[in-house]
Design a protein around this ligand. Structure first.
Ligand SMILES: Nc1nc2c(ncn2[C@@H]2O[C@H](COP(=O)(O)OP(=O)(O)OP(=O)(O)O)[C@@H](O)[C@H]2O)c(=O)[nH]1
Ligand SMILES: [Mg+2]
Ligand SMILES: [Zn+2]
Length: 296
């Protein structure tokens, strides 16, 4: 009998599927022809499956709304970019890359600061100014000095209803720790980065979806770098919301905001209304994307 459901976990060739109808979790395998067709089921995929035997079989993956490579997950509405102030240190380059990948997949990004308790007052004030820049650029930002203060955690949790939310960000940033504060029954494994590095592994090793506050929420393995392989030089400026806001006032349509005359983005940059670090990262990424093109 053909059923429908969503993959909530993938463990060495098996896929746990949440059955839409029975609300049970059914262990399945993918049909052999998926491999031949070079299709890999992802956590978050909506599927049809057969569950007449002991082990179910995924029959078909329904069309994806979107999918991320890092972390590997499909059909996402919102991404919480867990960003540590220290251990590992804040990197505007990595944050902007993550945000661009999220924007490119039409996923709603949220920036969530962790580990600000490890900063001096002065360092925290400085980082807060940077994060206020992200807020002005159009992002929802959570930047309390105490990452897990109840009010802030409750406010984040309130965004989960009727959505699929993915927690993403650098390894050791505190994704699993934050999820454990939101749902104290999850009991996800967490570890200090020095331990993680010693073992040469990420603490969270697989993507899993959980039912939290009337939504689905994914914990994922962290990473330390990300590429921009799928993004074209034409697309890049459209992935910075603050550039998009000003670009209709650029003299030229399709202005890349580099050397064009009458560029409103550069004018706003000079006025201090666009963050220098975001603009510098933009130029840096443009270069990186152009260098991929030369290689292939
Ligand atoms: N001081 C401080 N430590 C924190 C905070 N958040 C998390 N940690 C610690 O940081 C370490 C890493 O946290 P995890 O939650 O395992 O990080 P993760 O992002 O899930 O890491 P991966 O699963 O490897 O991607 C743990 O030792 C946590 O206790 C925070 O706000 N302040
Ligand atoms: Mg983790
Ligand atoms: Zn321009």
């Amino acid at each position: 009998m053909e059923k429908t459901g969503r993959i909530i976990k993938s463990i060495s060739g098996f896929y746990d599927v949440f059955d839409d109808e029975s609300k049970e979790i059914i262990r399945t395998r993918a049909r052999g022809n998926f491999r031949k067709r070079k299709i890999k089921p992802l956590v978050g995929d909506k599927v049809t499956f057969d569950a007449t035997g002991d082990l179910g079989y995924i029959l078909e993956i329904l069309p994806r709304e979107n999918s991320l490579v890092r972390p590997p997950i499909a059909n996402i509405d919102q991404a919480i970019v867990v960003t540590s102030a220290a251990e590992p240190n804040f990197s505007s380059n990595l944050l902007d890359k993550i945000l661009i990948n999220i924007e490119h997949n039409e996923i709603e990004p949220v920036v969530y600061l962790t580990k600000a308790d490890l900063l001096s007052d002065e360092q925290y004030q400085e980082l807060k100014v940077t994060l206020e820049g992200y807020h002005s650029a159009g992002y929802l930002v959570f930047d309390d000095r105490d990452s897990y203060n109840d009010q802030q955690v409750a406010k984040l949790e309130a965004t989960f209803a009727d959505k699929v939310t993915v927690f993403t960000g650098q390894s050791g940033a505190g994704k699993s720790t934050l999820l454990n504060h939101i749902d104290t029954e999850l009991g996800l494994a967490t570890a200090a980065i020095s331990q993680t590095l010693n073992r040469g592994k990420h603490t969270t090793r697989q993507v899993s979806l959980f039912d939290i506050s009337s939504g689905l929420v994914a914990d994922t393995p962290g990473f330390s770098s990300i590429d921009l392989m799928n993004i074209t030089p034409e697309e890049l400026p459209t992935l910075f919301p603050e550039f998009v806001a000003f670009s209709p006032e650029c003299q030229f349509r399709g202005c890349r905001h580099v050397n064009e005359p009458g560029c409103k983005v550069k004018a706003e940059l000079a006025e201090g209304n666009i963050m220098q670090s975001r603009y510098d990262n933009y130029l840096y990424f443009l270069n990186e994307i152009n260098s991929y093109k030369k290689r292939y």
